[in-house]
Design a protein around this ligand. Structure first.
Ligand code: ZN
Length: 244
């Protein structure tokens, strides 16, 4: 852990890549992990792009059971660590596979959300943008089944990347660029299994950047990392914050 923190403190252009593990400590379930909800085939079906088009009401009722949790979660020490590193001018960007918005809640400003986010949405017909919070509350209280566009009555979809959806290209391009320019990539709470995010450490390594991985379980990149720390992110962040 000390070695990892030394590397972080000497980096000038760090990029962080975060996955579900950074938010499980905030009480948000890991959708893809070994016991994740996305192992549930029927839920995966409901949360896929084709079934959203077919039955958005089923998506909103199932999806909100998951999102209810997200709406009340607070950023963890690891989220705070990344915000502080950015504030100090040491960290250029956070790339995240999470949709929960906890990086922004912690104060991070440059955040690339590879799987989108649940806070905003858009009309699937005319592309008008919406804040989703008020819709979620109405759906939860039973007053609304599917949010509709006030301009064209089209179905509004949250900006979440569903199964069989395309990745948001702007977030992906920005992530690739950031990975190619960093001097250290800090991976927090991702097992680096889901592509294309899992390809980003390779881009950083190819450019000569250092790689530091903090994750409870092994990852595919462990043997190429300068340091791998198998620890709780809270413990790691507490130690790193104490040194800042
Ligand atoms: Zn519309």
């Amino acid at each position: 852990m000390d070695h990892a923190i030394e590397l972080i403190l000497s980096a000038r252009h760090m990029v962080a890549l975060t996955g579900a593990g950074i938010s499980t400590e905030a009480g948000i379930p890991d959708f893809r992990g070994p016991h994740g909800m996305w192992q549930d085939a029927s839920l995966m079906e409901v949360l896929s792009a084709p079934s959203f088009r077919r039955d958005p009401a089923a998506f909103y009722s199932a999806g909100l059971k998951l999102l209810g949790n997200i709406g009340h979660a607070q950023p963890t020490l690891a989220h705070q660590l990344l915000a502080k590193l950015e504030e100090r001018g040491r960290l250029d960007a956070v790339i995240t596979q999470n949709i929960d918005g906890l990086h922004q809640a912690a104060g991070s400003r440059t955040v690339y959300e590879l799987h989108g986010n649940y806070r905003t949405g858009h009309c699937t017909r005319c592309n008008t943008k919406y804040e989703m919070g008020a819709f979620y509350e109405e759906i939860e209280s039973g007053r609304l089944r599917v949010p509709l566009c006030s301009r064209c009555r089209g179905t509004i979809k949250p900006d979440i990347v569903l199964f069989q959806d395309l990745l948001p290209m702007d977030a992906w391009e920005a992530s690739r660029r950031a990975a190619g320019q960093c001097d250290l990539m800090l991976v927090l709470g991702s097992s680096l299994v889901v592509y294309p995010a899992a390809g980003l450490p390779q881009i950083a390594l190819d450019r000569g950047a250092a790689l530091v991985i903090v994750n409870l379980e092994d990852t595919y990149y462990d043997e190429w990392a300068n340091v791998t720390v198998h620890a709780k992110l809270d413990d790691f962040a507490r130690a790193a914050l104490a040194r800042l």
